[in-house]
Design a protein around this ligand. Structure first.
Ligand code: ITT
Length: 186
């Protein structure tokens, strides 16, 4: 049976499906409305959401809390990334960054897996910087603004680059290693 990925974000689902394929972990989407806790840590948010989700679904599942942490904005939008994106969009973030020289930022992903034994979390981060203007049409969210370290292109300009370097890949790889071993042990 496919493992359930609780998300309402189709882009996240497609990226996870493609990354997990290499580990032979097949996933299906699950859409439940879970209220998120307030915390500055993606791992804390993901862990609490996984606990609430398990109480509702009573089936093994995983979910992800991700966010963009901008150094010059003291970590904003961070765990409020989804909310900030819907209110400000990339234009709004660029406005906040107008004239700011230190453009360092990182994407963070926290994957939380839950079953009857409890919750396990796995995190991944991708360092980079905020571009001076939006570039590219691939991906979603803040991808047109994010240039990973060592590249000149944004994630939205190069989907393969994103697949190799993303915060999501790093967290999912850790999860997939652990999950594959667990499935083997039975
Ligand atoms: P679910 O909670 O239903 O999975 P969501 O879109 O609300 O979907 P998050 O709260 O984890 O997911 O993500 C917060 C936001 O951060 C997301 O909506 C995007 O705007 C942004 N974000 C997260 N990962 C991203 C990525 O890989 N590329 C671009 N933006 C990303």
């Amino acid at each position: 049976m496919n493992l359930l990925f609780l998300t309402g974000n189709q882009h996240k689902f497609a990226e996870a499906k493609s990354i997990l394929k290499a580990y032979d972990v097949k996933i299906s989407p699950l859409n439940l409305n879970i209220e998120e806790i307030r915390s500055e840590s993606c791992a804390r948010v993901a862990e609490a959401s996984a606990q609430s989700a398990y109480e509702r679904a009573r089936k093994p599942l995983f979910l992800e809390d991700a966010g963009l942490f901008v150094k010059a904005l003291n970590g904003f939008p961070g765990t409020y990334s989804s909310w900030a994106f819907s209110r400000l969009g990339n234009k709004g973030l660029l406005r906040l960054m107008r004239g700011v020289e230190n453009r360092s930022a990182k994407f963070v992903s926290a994957i939380a897996y839950v079953d009857s034994k409890g919750v396990r979390t796995f995190t991944g981060a991708c360092e980079g910087e905020i571009a001076l203007s939006a570039r590219g049409k691939k991906g979603f969210g803040y991808d047109p603004l994010f240039i990973p370290k060592g590249s000149r292109k944004t994630f939205a300009q190069d989907a393969e680059l994103k697949k190799q370097l993303s915060h999501r890949r790093k967290a999912l790889e850790k999860f997939a290693h652990w999950y594959s071993l667990k499935m083997k042990k039975g």
